[in-house]
Write a protein that binds this ligand. Structure first.
Ligand SMILES: *[C@@H]1O[C@H](CO)[C@@H](O)[C@H](O)[C@H]1NC(C)=O
Ligand SMILES: *[C@@H]1O[C@H](CO)[C@@H](O)[C@H](O)[C@H]1NC(C)=O
Ligand SMILES: *[C@@H]1O[C@H](CO)[C@@H](O)[C@H](O)[C@H]1NC(C)=O
Ligand SMILES: *[C@@H]1O[C@H](CO)[C@@H](O)[C@H](O)[C@H]1NC(C)=O
Ligand SMILES: *[C@@H]1O[C@H](CO)[C@@H](O)[C@H](O)[C@H]1NC(C)=O
Ligand SMILES: *[C@@H]1O[C@H](CO)[C@@H](O)[C@H](O)[C@H]1NC(C)=O
Ligand SMILES: *[C@@H]1O[C@H](CO)[C@@H](O)[C@H](O)[C@H]1NC(C)=O
Ligand SMILES: *[C@@H]1O[C@H](CO)[C@@H](O)[C@H](O)[C@H]1NC(C)=O
Length: 687
């Protein structure tokens, strides 16, 4: 607007000038000479009168007396780009300044109102700040974690939790290599800080994943022999060598029943002394472990003949906070493993024991880094990831062969055993599928198989299919239920669909300490029916009572031809009565038969003969019956806590949720379909 007005004024003025009478001016026009006025300068680099090039006068600076050079007058050589002198930059920050700035920037991001309620954006932006800090000065990583913990009040002992000796270094590596602005960062913010929504499951690319398509028709079913094998299932012993009888068992800081435990409401007096045989907020003391192992042969009727074989789905040592797991504890851990495998082997006629590594069986807990992590870090944990020690112990007990032990050493403690009888046991290390503890899972999380664990499983399943074997898959962390324990990626144990029901007879997990079950269906469970149910995963109750649970174990009866499960018997000891056993040696705990799975749930299922298996079809029918009968869900809920007096009642949404969890073999399905919050009975209450 302004310039247009200005232009208009000028034009008006010009017209007026031209129209004025021509007083006192020179000629109305003048034609200048064609030659350059050479007298203007003393000298020239070229011939200034030439018509083919610009004149290049030699010019001196009157201040400096410097004569400007030829190249500054030649259009060919005058620089196009000023690269003579860089413009100034701030000086490099010292490590300390870097750290302080990162902290203040993260606090700014946390507090700046422009982000509104978008906690996820705040979180991922903060991770970016942290990422570049730790890449520039890695030693600041643990300090940053500790300082942010203090600022945001994550715990009251941040230095112990997040220092270089505990989680600090894992957090630093993860920040340095994860895509914190993308999928990895969203899931870090979701799982560890609850500041982002759970990211969608990555699509599975199954092109070339399977060596062969699923056989159609499926090979003929294995014929039952009518002979029943006895198989013991033990899990999660969690012996606590620090358990101190008489110490506070209702404490505020995990783990209780230790010399330093206290109840904040009663600082100078113990409110609930730790019973000799165990307490609800504590891991298993020696006497409880021995009581369980003494009871097993008697109640299962195996004192004479023993079991045909035993499965152990992981976790031997106590739930120590990370700082109590320092390097000396490697020996402490090794000792616990040595003690427990030795006792199991000596006190029970187990047959071969097929054991898997649990998340508490390595130091630091659950920190299994994938072989492809790179950056020179592939073998960083040799001295404390105990694949080697576990494999050696299993071999020493003669549970697996030398070759199998060697396979375990190089496959993150996973191995496969082809038994003579047509059953193949495939074990996997589920640290690579668990959400909470293995920080390395958050590097390149969108990819489906960083560790190669699924590749191993798939190849073994293919081998089993080719050999006509049936398979039991053993792992520690479950793949489904309410979705809170496993990661979505690698998703769905896609192998289950491809190899069920003809190859995979059953799947077994531990980890939650609770008695749970999940069903896998064809085609990612788009239709859930008796026809589409393919395989069931049995999650076995623990020996440790933590938290709010009774102590238990299980035996399966298995057809020796099909390796289908015909019945499961679960025994439990009532931890609530343990204080009554203190101070005397006449009686120890009582392990009583809690239930037979077939008798507890089978009534409502018609057309199922006494020798028909408790397979996925049967379990689906159980969930259908249960949908109509909330008492049956109450029963399941009671067994989930091993009949603990502290198991909460399950009503309303809880009933829908339990049925839904049973139908969710993968966490993606629970997130998509089920009400959240009813997965565990361990809190003693539901939301
Ligand atoms: C100017 O110099 C910079 C630095 O050497 C270079 O990256 C850039 O390409 C140059 N630009 C031109 C137009 O020559
Ligand atoms: C943020 O959340 C609060 C509480 O839920 C709500 O009242 C407010 O409107 C939200 N603000 C924005 C910008 O969404
Ligand atoms: C952390 O706790 C302290 C003391 O209770 C409090 O003053 C501070 O505001 C808290 N910080 C945050 C970020 O909530
Ligand atoms: C899927 O995997 C195949 C084989 O590994 C690969 O060639 C293809 O590019 C992948 N497709 C996508 C969409 O990633
Ligand atoms: C444990 O102690 C707290 C007080 O710190 C108390 O509120 C709670 O009821 C106690 N729990 C049990 C099971 O006794
Ligand atoms: C299972 O154990 C029973 C009792 O010891 C024995 O008779 C039977 O041969 C075993 N079966 C197999 C397949 O090992
Ligand atoms: C389960 O067993 C029943 C009875 O033998 C059989 O009809 C059904 O096909 C089996 N289901 C699966 C998934 O194998
Ligand atoms: C399976 O279904 C769930 C729920 O709809 C979805 O989140 C997930 O991505 C699906 N998985 C695959 C491998 O398609």
């Amino acid at each position: 607007m302004l310039s247009a007005t200005f232009l208009a004024l000028c034009l008006t003025f010009a017209e007026q000038t031209i129209s004025l009478p021509n007083h006192g001016l020179g000629p109305s026009a003048y034609t200048v000479p064609g030659a350059f006025p050479t007298s203007l300068y003393q000298s020239y680099y070229n011939d200034p009168t030439a018509t083919s090039a610009e004149p290049q006068p030699v010019i001196s600076d009157p201040v400096t007396d410097e004569t400007y050079p030829y190249w500054l007058t030649d259009p060919e050589t005058i620089p196009q780009n000023d690269t003579f002198e860089a413009h100034p930059l701030p000086p490099p920050a010292t490590s300390d300044v870097f750290l302080e700035t990162a902290i203040s920037q993260i606090i700014s991001i946390a507090e700046n109102p422009v982000f509104g309620n978008d906690t996820c954006t705040r979180c991922q932006a903060s991770l970016e700040v942290a990422k570049f800090l730790v890449m520039a000065t890695p030693a600041q990583g643990p300090l940053l974690a500790t300082r942010l913990c203090e600022h945001f009040n994550y715990t009251n002992d941040c230095g112990t939790m997040y220092g270089i000796y505990t989680l600090g270094s894992f957090i630093t590596q993860t920040l340095a290599y994860a895509d914190v602005g993308g999928y990895d960062g969203q899931m870090i913010c979701s799982n560890f800080l609850s500041l982002c929504p759970v990211a969608p499951t990555s699509p599975l690319n199954l092109t070339s994943w399977f060596a062969k398509p699923k056989p159609d028709p499926l090979p003929p079913r294995k014929q039952p022999t009518g002979q029943r094998l006895k198989v013991l299932h033990l899990s999660d012993l969690h012996i606590d060598p620090r358990y101190s009888i008489g110490s506070e068992s209702n404490c505020s800081a995990y783990l209780c029943c230790r010399v330093q435990s206290y109840n904040p409401a009663s600082m100078d007096k113990i409110t609930a002394p730790a019973a000799r045989y165990g307490s609800y907020y504590c891991d298993a003391p020696y006497p409880l472990i021995l009581a369980a192992l003494q009871a097993v042969p008697v109640v299962t009727g195996t004192e004479e003949d023993g079991f045909n074989f035993t499965i152990y789905t992981g976790d031997l040592v106590s739930h120590d906070p990370d700082n109590e797991l320092s390097r000396y504890a490697v020996t402490f851990h090794s000792q616990a493993k040595t003690v427990l495998y030795d006792l199991i082997g000596r006190m029970i006629k187990t047959g071969p024991v097929y054991a898997v590594q649990g998340n508490h069986d390595t130091y630091s807990q659950a920190m299994s880094s994938p072989y492809n992590i790179g950056h020179g870090l592939t073998n960083q944990y040799k001295w404390y990831v105990d694949y080697d020690h576990l494999a050696a112990l299993w071999q020493l007990e003669k549970w697996i062969s030398l070759e199998t032990a060697q396979q375990a050493r190089t496959h993150y403690a996973a191995y496969s055993v082809q038994r003579q009888d047509g059953l193949r046991i495939i074990t996997i290390n589920t640290d690579f599928c668990a959400s909470s503890a293995n920080y390395f899972n958050y590097i390149n999380l969108a990819s489906s198989d960083n560790s190669g664990m699924l590749r191993f499983l798939t190849d073994e399943l293919q081998d089993a299919e080719d050999a006509g074997d049936r398979v039991w898959i053993l792992g520690h962390v479950l793949s489904g239920w309410d979705g809170t324990e496993p990661l979505e990626n690698p998703s769905n144990l896609c192998d289950v669909d491809r190899f069920s029901p003809h190859v995979i007879a059953a799947i077994f997990f531990g980890h939650t300490h609770e008695d749970q079950l999940t069903i896998f269906y064809t085609n990612n469970a788009t239709t859930m029916s008796a026809e589409t149910a393919q395989t069931a995963a049995w999650i076995v109750p623990s020996v440790t009572p933590i938290s709010n649970l009774n102590s238990g174990f299980r035996m399966y009866e298995v057809d020796s031809g099909t390796f289908d499960i015909l019945d499961a018997y679960t025994w439990a000891a009532d931890v609530n009565t343990f204080p009554e056993l203190d101070g005397q040696t006449e009686f120890g705990p009582t392990y009583a038969l809690e239930y037979s799975t077939r008798s507890a749930y089978g009534d409502s299922i018609t057309g199922w003969g006494p020798n028909d298996p408790l397979n996925a079809t049967w379990w689906h029918l159980v969930t259908e019956g249960r949908a109509l009968n909330s008492d049956a869900v109450q029963l399941f809920n009671t067994y989930q806590g091993k009949s603990s007096v502290r198991t909460p009642e399950c009503t309303g949404d809880c009933i829908t949720a339990k049925i839904c969890y049973m139908r969710s073999g993968s966490s993606s399905l629970s997130f998509a379909n089920c009400p959240a919050g009813y997965g565990t009975v361990s809190n003693g209450y539901y939301p």
